[in-house]
Design a protein around this ligand. Sequence first.
Ligand code: SAM
Length: 254
Amino acid sequence: MVYRYAPRRDDSDLASGRVLRSAPGTPGFPVRLASEIFQRATALRNSEGPVTLWDPCCGSGYLLTVLGLLHPERFHTIVATDVDEHALSLARANLALLTPQGLQERRQTLDELATAYGKPTHHEAVQAADRLLRQVGAIPAPAVRIGQADAFSPHQLTTSLQQVLPDLVITDVPYGQLTHWNTVTAPYAPSIPNLARSLATVVPPTTVVAITCRARRVPLEGLPTVSSFKVGHRSVVFLRAGDLPDHGTAGETV
Ligand SMILES: C[S@@+](CC[C@H](N)C(=O)[O-])C[C@H]1O[C@@H](n2cnc3c(N)ncnc32)[C@H](O)[C@@H]1O
């Protein structure tokens, strides 16, 4: 069975463009699949307690925000980096929804839109914001770090992480229709195997890295993997940073 952890449920409150913001060129991500990847990754870590999660190609921050809202008690810190400044401004707005204050402000905006235009979609969005507010309730919000970094540059990644040590990395890579690799001077040429290599240089050996893309399988050129699965048009692979040959070599690749 593909879904071991994430039950089927109504995730419409988390739909991209409803309470969470969207923009052209910043694709969302299937909510149930995000939850399944996160729970499989935490199971691979074999340790309880809140984790630090990093998405190095975070786009609008949709995937991270959805996980933060679905599993509010499971995060200590959430780190969002991307090469694209425009995407990061959206990520900043979406990740602000992990705090009651941010959600309340968004609710206020949606309420003003509902009053001004009277559209059913705005009223539904206000109700969705109310339900999300009840969900995050009194749970302390995670710390959020957001920074610009080219995922193929260990130097930029190290600078953006600011000594935060991710337990988990989950990232949905560009697949060529809406988003593309964008890199200029990084030491690693853009490819999925090189993304894994680059990330492995800057995270602890125990960090579980989950990479997902729209393909029959995630191409990794023989890099050691822990497990993988496929749902519809998407494939997911899990790696452990310490298993990769480039682990711990950030100083050599800056
Ligand atoms: C499929 S989108 C990610 C969507 C994201 N998961 C979300 O929830 O919004 C891929 C992202 O990779 C980013 N990207 C492309 N080249 C990059 C690079 N060299 N380093 C970091 N991010 C990069 C793009 O800017 C884009 O935001």
